[in-house]
Design a protein around this ligand. Sequence first.
Ligand code: COA
Length: 373
Amino acid sequence: MATTDGLEDIVAAHSSICELDGKQGRLLYYGVDIHDLARYSSFEETAYLLWHGVLPTRVQLEDFTYQLQANRALPPAIMHLMQLMPKTATPMDVLRTSVSALSSFDPDAGDNTRAANVRRSIRLTALFPTIVAAWDRIRNGKEPVEPLAGENHATNFLYMLNGEMPDAYNAHVLDTALILHADHELNASTFAARVTAATLASMYAAITSAIGALSGALHGGANEQVIRMLMKIGEVDKAEAYIVGALERKERIMGFGHRVYRTDDPRATHLRQMSEELGKRTGDSRWYEMSRIVEASVKEHKGLYANVDFYSASVYYMLGVPIDLDTPIFACSRISGWTAHVLEQFGNNRLIRPRAEYVGPKDVKYVPLEERE
Ligand SMILES: CC(C)(COP(=O)(O)OP(=O)(O)OC[C@H]1O[C@@H](n2cnc3c(N)ncnc32)[C@H](O)[C@@H]1OP(=O)(O)O)[C@@H](O)C(=O)NCCC(=O)NCCS
């Protein structure tokens, strides 16, 4: 039996959603290059592409955008549930718990047709930003802000978070970040979602699994750790020495390395540019400049490239997003990819059940309890 710890390079599904070439640094959703999506598309259009396999017509996009906007309000019981949670609860835990609880308020309960699961995908994608923004306000003793009816996903999120309309450029930056994070083939959280869906558990169960998997520092949790590291470094001219020291101590530098990419992560290209531009606009280029030195040092001393989480950290920080919302924002985007994969899994399902190579003790005699020492 071939054994690969971490399932490295194991192909575990046929999928039409995301093509990922780690050697060339190419990423495509249903054949459309991520660079084109980042430059010309919107999160709404990208989510439609992931669920339907083609870019929408103008009419389809308008209808789809309307459906997302119409599903932004949380059931009051979920808002109440959040109010009962300790203010110290991490936003990812609150998101996971709220999504799990949402399954009990499903208007399509008992219906596992594709149409019902597309409606669930829309509802979940519409609700993620409402949950994340509401939790940030609740934990800070503020009233949650009602979602806007007529704005795009990114604008509405920043509005609900801060209680005021965001700067148009900031909303555009967040929209682009949401496009870049929307899907990434069989990453750990998407795999978790598909494994759960493959047992014919519900969409909610699958997404709850995915949120749990995303929260870890080796996956979506890395972006939060990146900004914490930049804060620890503090000054541009301390960055290189910090990285050299951390690598000598055999520490992992968050935001670097990838299981699949052996070259530049194409998503990092756009995030790097936005980090630079935000530095100019805010008049504080420290985070971008520090990031550039960290990137060069990790490349020089360890040969690793920045991944999607590295520059998203300084981008979100300069957008004024609280640090521990970095990973929930990742989730607000990746919910589109998770649900696309669950739809695909349900469409051609087989239980996912790999094997383990047994390396434990053999032929151990059962000793009765009273004879054990
Ligand atoms: C993403 C990640 C988990 C992929 O890991 P992987 O494919 O399992 O690779 P491994 O953990 O086996 O690491 C292989 C080697 O690279 C090193 N390495 C990998 N990522 C590293 C990092 N970020 N910093 C320092 N060293 C790293 C490992 O220490 C190991 O070195 P060794 O062979 O000298 O022991 C890993 O690169 C990582 O931990 N990155 C930081 C977390 C992160 O940014 N996650 C978000 C990914 S999008």
